[in-house]
Design a binder for this molecule. Sequence first.
Ligand SMILES: Nc1ncnc2c1ncn2[C@@H]1O[C@H](COP(=O)(O)OP(=O)(O)OP(=O)(O)O)[C@@H](O)[C@H]1O
Ligand SMILES: [Mg+2]
Length: 146
Amino acid sequence: MLQKILVAVDGSEYSKKALDFACELAAKFNASLHIVHVPQGAAADRVMVLGGASVMIHAGREQIETAGRTLIDAASKIAEEKLPGNVTTALRGGDPAAEIVASAKEYEADCIVIGSRGLGDFGGLLLGSVSHKVNHSAPCTCITVH
Ligand SMILES: Nc1ncnc2c1ncn2[C@@H]1O[C@H](COP(=O)(O)OP(=O)(O)OP(=O)(O)O)[C@@H](O)[C@H]1O
Ligand SMILES: [Mg+2]
């Protein structure tokens, strides 16, 4: 039933939780996992942490891309340990929600796993804007990890 799972990571603790959940799900169903990250510019410097990799990113484009690569490599390493040989990754450019949905279509994902919140600052909200948009336009089941 579940053969292809896509997980979106942004470097937040929420997306780490989504990654862990997606790995468990993929292991259970013997599915393959596709990890997607869309590097984003930051209004201010920020730190991204995932699986022991801590990256300080500044506003520069090159650094953002390098940080994105480091982030997705760290996510891939975590997933590979649990799903050896069943993990692929993609770094994409553009609007995060649109790119997550487009990659789910291209990958023909059966399921998208996404965090409820991300790196944004509005702690009071239940869902971040990327989560909200992906849930609305997902071509398949979307699991929001809280
Ligand atoms: N640039 C991105 N690349 C890949 N996945 C992302 C990206 N941004 C968000 N996500 C995914 O969406 C989830 C929710 O993040 P979202 O951005 O919606 O919340 P937020 O950052 O708290 O709010 P907002 O961005 O609206 O201020 C993340 O946990 C992650 O799974
Ligand atoms: Mg965000």
